[in-house]
Write a protein that binds this ligand. Structure first.
Ligand SMILES: Cc1ncc(COP(=O)(O)O)c(C=O)c1O
Length: 411
């Protein structure tokens, strides 16, 4: 590991939590150079919904490369991009009655959010955006301005402007009236940017009622309603979008992470056509918008949504995870652990960052990769690949249970 310490930037992060050199990976397992196998409850922070080296995607990628497919094409037309767009329209948009246009941005979540903010500002002619406490939207200046975390914001080195912050679940009834009052100090917002489940922010599950009120509020004040589904979309919650069935009718949806399928980078915004038409050609570019490998693997990922099999499994396994976490919380009732989540993003809020960090480290020592999130990393976030076998899921939960017990006992 000396090479990394000598040559790689101090900014490196996750490798400090998981200090080993990984060499192989398959579904929900990662294996290091020493041959040690780890169960993966981290899944590349929500990228690997369909597991490491998903066999169907692997084969499709090998075939694509062997056939000299076009791996890079900026935003030129390619056969694999067409296949992805067609499948996405047929399997995801049409069944939901969505007519949104697909905009491929640079292949990171933060770039999708930047593009969504630009479009909302263009459409409304306004500057300010409403974002939420504990929200996480990325690291570039526009999306970082919407991200709440102080540690990340401080790294900007410049003021992060044009964002007004609201608290989660804050009552909205008087806010619209205040916005209409020219002396309230509120600027009329171009957009409301929200995660249905704040993943990095601590797995905060926003209530459907409040999200509906927020949607109505956006209409009332003439702001675009943007859902950032970058971490909890693509099947994570037991349906394709985290907001399915809530009748939220978003103006823009930001997607990234899981849509590339294999861990191959891809990001895409869905924007209602009446908004999308405000773009002029090439106004938001990015060299890596035409990722052939991502379109191929992403197309394969969409096959999981041809029927309900995987989503039913996500709901079943998610319920099992929640049940197990609730058992653990009950067994340590003095700790006031709190269980939150939906589908296969589940979490245990330990209310103590140092405690959670010790648990994460013990889990790693015992062969489980799990990450902390929320304020000071106090929330243990469980986000295994959706395809994890039951046996690995049970073993991983067992490792977590033992680590929690030993850290509670040692305290
Ligand atoms: C909800 C959400 N939005 C945006 C981002 C930023 O994505 P990226 O790291 O690919 O820029 C993330 C990353 O964790 C995220 O969880």
């Amino acid at each position: 590991m000396d090479v990394f310490e000598q040559w790689e930037s101090e900014v490196r992060g996750y490798c400090r939590t998981f200090p080993t050199v990984f060499k192989k990976a398959s579904n929900a397992r990662q294996i290091d150079e020493a041959g040690r196998s780890y169960i993966d409850f981290f899944a590349g922070a929500g990228v690997l919904n369909f597991g490491h080296n998903n066999p169907r995607m692997k084969q499709a990628l090998i075939d694509f490369i062997n056939a000299d497919g076009v791996a890079h094409s900026l935003d030129m037309f390619t056969d694999v991009k067409r296949a992805f767009i067609q499948a996405f329209a047929e399997l995801i948009l049409k069944p939901r009655g969505m007519t949104h246009k697909m905009q491929f941005t640079g292949p990171t979540g933060t770039n999708a959010v930047e593009a969504a903010l630009k479009l909302a500002r263009r459409v409304t002619g306004r500057r300010s955006v409403l974002a939420f406490s504990h929200g996480f939207h990325g690291m570039t200046l526009g999306s970082l301005a919407c991200t709440a975390n102080e540690y990340f914001r401080n790294a900007a080195g410049v003021p992060l402007e044009h964002v007004q912050r609201l608290s989660l679940e804050q009552p909205l009834d008087t806010l619209a009236a205040e916005m209409a009052d020219s002396s309230s100090g509120y600027e009329k917002p171009a957009a409301i940017l929200v995660e249905v489940i704040q993943a990095e922010g601590g797995v905060n599950v926003l209530s459907e009622d409040w999200l509906k009120a927020l949607r109505a509020f956006a209409r009332q004040v003439g702001a675009l309603f943007i859902i950032d589904d970058i971490q909890v979309g693509c099947g994570r919650t037991g349906s394709y979008f985290s907001f399915d069935g809530m009748d939220l009718d978003p103006d823009i949806v930001c997607l990234a992470k899981g849509i590339g399928g294999f861990g191959t980078p891809l990001a895409m915004n869905l924007a209602k056509p009446e908004h999308d038409r405000h773009w002029s050609p090439g106004e938001h570019t990015g060299t890596f918008r035409g990722q052939g490998l991502s379109f191929v693997a992403g197309r394969e990922a969409l096959r999981y949504f041809e029927d309900e099999t995987l989503m039913a499994e996500v709901r079943r396994k998610g319920a099992f995870m929640a049940e197990k976490l609730n058992d653990i919380a009950r067994a340590h009732s003095g700790q006031n652990f709190e269980v939150r989540g939906r589908g296969m993003i589940q979490a245990l809020d330990t209310h103590d960052g140092a405690f959670a960090k010790t648990v994460v480290s013990q889990c790693f020592d015992n062969g489980l990769l799990i990450g902390g999130c929320g304020t000071a990393g106090r929330v243990l976030k469980l986000m295994p690949p959706l395809t994890i076998p039951d046996d690995d899921l049970e073993k991983g939960l067992g490792i977590l249970e033992n680590a929690l017990r030993s850290v509670v006992t040692a305290a």
